[in-house]
Design a protein around this ligand. Structure first.
Ligand code: ATP
Ligand code: MG
Length: 771
């Protein structure tokens, strides 16, 4: 029994205290967000150790992210006067890695085995498919990797898979060949880490007994997101006599798409004969308005185990809702708000920016970067560090300088062009011998490899010729196509996000050109008499010249060279230094279990959140809602929700409706911030579009057709309205997005599809309504 006045237990409520000090039997703590599950789990570890029931080496605790594991260790270190670094606390993958490093011989692995990330895994599978002379159309590499990972997560080796048809037979053959290849090369993928550990425990009695004796207590956080293999793995370590302490929240199950099974909770209760199921109902994290929002939202889900959450903190501040006119405006507003919070005393590390998918981070990163605010991106690479972006940049660098060997090596065989390791070795030898670049040394390689290298050089030369005189946007688009990068990702089941990122690269380039004022002279010429196009906000006109003098120095520098420098800088420097106070950026998935004083949830638009891929089925929508629930419940003091009317995504401007989830929040807890004048402010001060963006905005919810839009009359007396289709003699058909000004000053922003968004002076432009 706990000593009265035990400092460790003093700050627990009765249910938490009961959970922490449960007798040594299996237990399930089922409770909502912020109710102290993780705190209970951590405190239980400390209590077990402090009361001498177990030594630090006898505890194994599994968390969901490395960040969460680190926080748990830090907390333990402050509670206990013991070194915690050697404790077995980490993610499933982290613990398996540790296990296999210790038992590499038994596991039949080389001592320094390497771990394949998902990208490496894909190229490994691709090599296998190629070596087996199979058709990538029929055996799509990404689908094959999912088949392999799926099989492993079911605990199935190739010989265990039930074969019902020819297709499966071949898939199993690929799986086998892939395993052989990994074994030969001494590499393991993520699922292999888990499965190999599981099998070793299952098949090696001595090892199993050792670990079952060692870990008397197994504690698992975020139990709702475990998959079948992780569950089986856990059972293996638990054996007959060890205690499993699982905590979870069915409302926060957000990994069903990866095979997580909420059903593991009820299986656990049944199979382990769990005697103690404890519910925690008091939320300690958030103020009332935040919690009410979370509760009311999640009540819209039908499939729930059912829990209540209340808080004794007051209502706190209202949840602020912001509607921006564009993703840039959203980023700019967010940046100013975050700066204000910081000035008022909130550390940057207590400000989190959350988004649904990684591609959304680019605009936000860019705003923070331009304003010189330190930030850190978790659970996902920063935009310019992502593999597909690095590949694209490598091609672009080679346009500027074919002798850039690093870039050359990166893409000479990506996508694959039959240039193998041997050929590359020969090429490197030749280059070294002659002191020339790889590009210059291809002639020294003979045979088929040499021919393929020559073809690659010819491809680079052709790209350079074809892109001469094009705008930066056109250059990048051409290179993405000609290099076959786009095709490569298009053919992947999971390539979508990468394609989105490549589109984002085009957007980034365009924003860069506009921001940096390339072709400032074009800005000085406001109206193109012929077409009526205003140069501002019309990137093709701005970037028309290939070579433009730098506005500051007069130096002649191509937009491409300037952009590449910018990309290199942005990739390298601005990631906050370790220990530096930085704004925290991450996807909602990566934010699970974490908490911050102030949270911004951005891009709350139909199609993004809920994500368009999940809209087709009810289950998908419920998972999206749980995701939103996770996001909201990260905030302690202040929560911001934002959405934008327009957003550059997938390479085009989208007109978005605000998320349906807004309708599921309690109106009384929300405060709609009236859009301020939407300037681009400091970060975008040089954006020539700023002048237009600062004009009062109209059509505040374009896309919701019911709204009455302002009309503007042209010089011909034709009344135009937002949403109307019009025809222009040069740009063809387009849709009016914004109308501003009146009389001779009237102007319209029109989306001309292929020609992009343009501002037109209505007194000059000839527009004919088409509907
Ligand atoms: P999630 O579901 O988001 O993972 P959780 O249930 O794990 O949340 P914790 O992170 O453990 O919740 O706790 C939420 C916050 O409430 C933490 O800051 C924690 O320190 C605090 N807290 C928990 N219990 C108490 C308590 N009894 N007294 C004071 N603060 C508490
Ligand atoms: Mg937690």
């Amino acid at each position: 029994a706990p000593a009265p006045g035990n400092a460790l237990l003093r700050n627990l409520n009765p249910e938490q205290l009961a959970a922490v000090t449960l007798p040594n039997r299996h237990a399930l703590i089922l409770a909502g967000a912020g109710s102290g599950k993780t705190r209970v789990l951590t405190t239980r570890i400390a209590w077990l150790i402090q009361t001498g029931q177990i030594s630090p080496a006898g505890v194994m605790a599994v968390t969901f992210t490395n960040k969460a594991a680190k926080e748990m260790l830090t907390r333990l270190a402050t509670i206990l006067p013991i070194p915690v670094r050697g404790m077995w606390i980490g993610t499933f993958h982290g613990l398996c890695n540790r296990f296999l490093r210790a038992h590499w011989k038994l596991a039949a692995l080389p001592q320094s085995f390497q771990i394949l990330d998902s990208q490496d895994q894909l190229s490994a599978v691709r090599r296998v498919i190629k070596a087996m002379n199979l058709d990538e159309e029929r055996f799509v590499p990404k689908q094959v990797t999912w088949f392999i990972a799926g099989s492993k997560e079911e605990g199935l080796r190739p010989r265990d898979v039930t074969v019902r048809d020819e297709q499966t037979r071949t898939l199993v053959d690929i799986y086998q060949a892939y395993e052989d290849q990994c074994q030969r090369e001494g590499v393991v993928d993520f699922a292999e880490l888990m499965l190999r550990t599981y099998e070793l425990m299952r098949d090696q009695p001595a090892l199993r007994e050792h670990y079952q004796r060692r870990f008397g207590h197994l504690l698992v956080d975020e139990f709702q997101d475990t998959n079948r293999l992780q569950y089986a793995w856990l059972k293996m370590f638990a054996g007959q006599s060890n205690c499993v302490f699982a905590v979870g929240d069915d409302d926060q199950s957000i990994y069903a798409f990866r095979g997580a099974q909420v059903g593991n909770m009820s299986d656990f209760e049944r199979e382990f004969h769990v005697e103690h199921v404890i519910k925690l109902e008091r939320n300690y994290r958030s103020y009332g308005n935040i919690l009410d929002s979370a509760n009311e939202l999640i009540a819209h889900n039908r499939k729930r185990l059912g829990k209540n959450l209340r808080t004794e903190a007051g209502p706190g501040e209202p949840v602020r809702v912001y509607e921006a006119t564009s993703d840039y405006a959203e980023a700019q507003w967010l940046l100013e708000e975050a700066q204000q919070l910081h000035r008022e005393g909130t550390p940057r590390s207590e400000i989190a920016i959350l988004y649904r998918s990684n591609a959304q981070s680019r605009v936000l990163e860019s705003a923070l970067f331009n304003a010189g605010i330190p930030y850190r991106v978790y659970g996902g690479l920063r935009f310019f560090e992502r593999a597909e972006i690095k590949h694209a940049l490598a091609y672009l660098r080679l346009l500027e300088n074919p002798n850039d060997d690093t870039s050359y090596l990166r893409v000479v065989n990506f996508p694959t062009r039959g240039i193998g390791a041997r050929t590359i070795e020969q090429l490197q030898d030749a280059a070294r011998a002659s002191g020339r670049s790889l590009y210059q040394s291809t002639g020294a390689v003979t045979g088929k490899g040499g021919a393929n290298l020559a073809a690659f050089n010819a491809l680079l030369d052709a790209m350079r010729d074809a892109t001469r005189g094009l705008t930066l946007r056109e250059i990048i688009e051409h290179v993405l196509e000609a290099s076959a990068l786009t095709d490569f990702y298009r053919n992947e089941k999971e390539g979508r996000e990468r394609l989105e990122n490549l589109d984002e690269l085009v957007n980034a380039a365009e924003a860069f050109v506009t921001q940096e004022g390339f072709g400032k002279d074009a800005v000085a010429l406001p109206i193109d008499e012929q077409a009526g196009a205003i140069a501002e906000g019309d990137p093709p006109a701005v970037a028309r010249a290939d070579i433009t003098p730098d506005v500051e120095t007069g130096e002649i520098v191509s937009p491409l060279a300037a952009f590449l420098t910018h990309a290199a800088l942005e990739a390298g420097d601005n990631q906050a230094q370790a220990g530096q106070d930085a704004i925290q950026m991450m996807t909602v998935h990566a934010a699970k279990g974490l908490e911050f004083d102030c949270v911004f949830i951005t891009g709350l638009e139909e199609g993004l959140c809920p994500h368009e891929n999940s809209l087709s089925d009810y289950e998908g929508l419920e998972e999206e809602r749980r995701l939103m629930y996770v996001a909201i419940t990260r905030a302690r003091k202040r929560l911001y929700l934002s959405h934008s009317q327009t957003r550059m995504l997938h390479g085009q401007t989208r007109y978005n409706i605000k998320s349906r989830f807004f309708d599921e929040l309690p109106e009384g807890a929300l405060k709609w911030i009236t859009p301020k004048v939407q300037g681009f402010g400091s970060g975008f001060a040089r954006d020539p579009r700023a002048a237009w963006a600062q004009a009062p905005s109209h059509g505040s919810s374009f896309g919701t057709a019911k709204k009455i839009e302002p009309k503007v009359a042209t010089s011909d007396g034709v009344a135009l309205r937002v949403g109307q289709s019009v025809f222009h003699t040069k740009f063809g058909e387009g849709v009016i997005v914004t109308l501003e000004g009146s009389g001779a000053d009237a102007r319209a922003q029109i989306n001309f599809g292929r020609h992009g968004l343009k501002w037109l002076a209505l007194s000059v432009a000839k527009l004919t309504p088409v509907d």
